[in-house]
Design a protein around this ligand. Structure first.
Ligand SMILES: CC(C)(COP(=O)(O)OP(=O)(O)OC[C@H]1O[C@@H](n2cnc3c(N)ncnc32)[C@H](O)[C@@H]1OP(=O)(O)O)[C@@H](O)C(=O)NCCC(=O)NCCS
Length: 189
């Protein structure tokens, strides 16, 4: 029996989602994103922003998934939908993907990507994917483990610092369709 489930999020999840986002940023982006920016992150502001963005004014085609532990805690999130910059080659995008530090490396990220791939292929009928990641972020190897290649580059301002980002692309999303295999994951985080 699996100890977590991946499911579509609902508005009651938004505080748990904000905790995952803020706690993961503070751990993963230390030394990359300015410290005062990380300190200034607020569960409440992220909750309010996401409640508005994903439940009051949601863009058509956007899907929000959470990974939930048996006890009901949200430990991972993924948000995906149409690619946002009208890229000529890549038509789906994962905008957000975070797994709480204590739950990483147990297959949850992979399962969340699988849920996004199913949404993009089955609901949006797109067959390509772009994901942006901070270039200095060592976790970018996760996308390489899933077969992604760097196909785009850009610079984004975060907390007053110019930060390079790498865009990982998959031209054939069907290549990722094999990802979900929840029977593999049995250990608690
Ligand atoms: C990146 C992240 C979402 C991955 O989720 P996860 O649950 O830890 O990853 P999984 O356990 O599903 O790993 C899937 C595969 O990626 C590999 N992988 C995961 N993290 C890795 C890393 N830092 N370096 C190299 N490989 C990595 C795993 O070994 C695994 O490969 P395998 O199945 O061949 O063994 C998660 O670690 C995270 O939230 N990191 C911090 C925030 C972040 O960087 N988010 C992405 C920014 S866009």
């Amino acid at each position: 029996m699996s100890v977590f489930q991946i499911r579509e999020a609902n508005p009651n999840d938004v505080e748990g989602m904000a905790r995952v986002r803020v706690d993961t940023w503070r751990t993963a982006y230390q030394g990359i994103v300015p410290a005062d920016f990380l300190e200034g992150l607020s569960y409440q502001r992220v909750s309010e922003h996401w409640r508005k963005t994903f439940w009051e004014d949601r863009t058509p085609g956007v899907a929000v998934f959470v990974a939930e532990e048996e006890q009901g805690d949200i430990v991972g999130i993924a948000i995906c939908g149409p690619e946002q910059s009208q890229d000529p080659l890549y038509h789906g995008e994962i905008y957000v993907l975070y797994v709480l530090p204590r739950c990483q490396n147990q297959g949850i990220g992979r399962e969340l990507v699988a849920a996004c791939v199913r949404h993009l292929v089955q609901q949006l009928k797109v067959d390509s994917l772009l994901v942006w990641v901070i270039a200095e972020n060592p976790y970018r190897r996760f996308y390489e483990a899933l077969g992604g290649k760097v196909v785009r580059e850009k610079v984004k301002e975060i907390g007053g610092r110019q930060i390079a980002e790498a865009g990982y692309g998959w031209k054939k999303l069907h290549d990722l369709a094999h990802l979900a295999s929840s029977d593999k994951r049995v250990s608690p985080c």
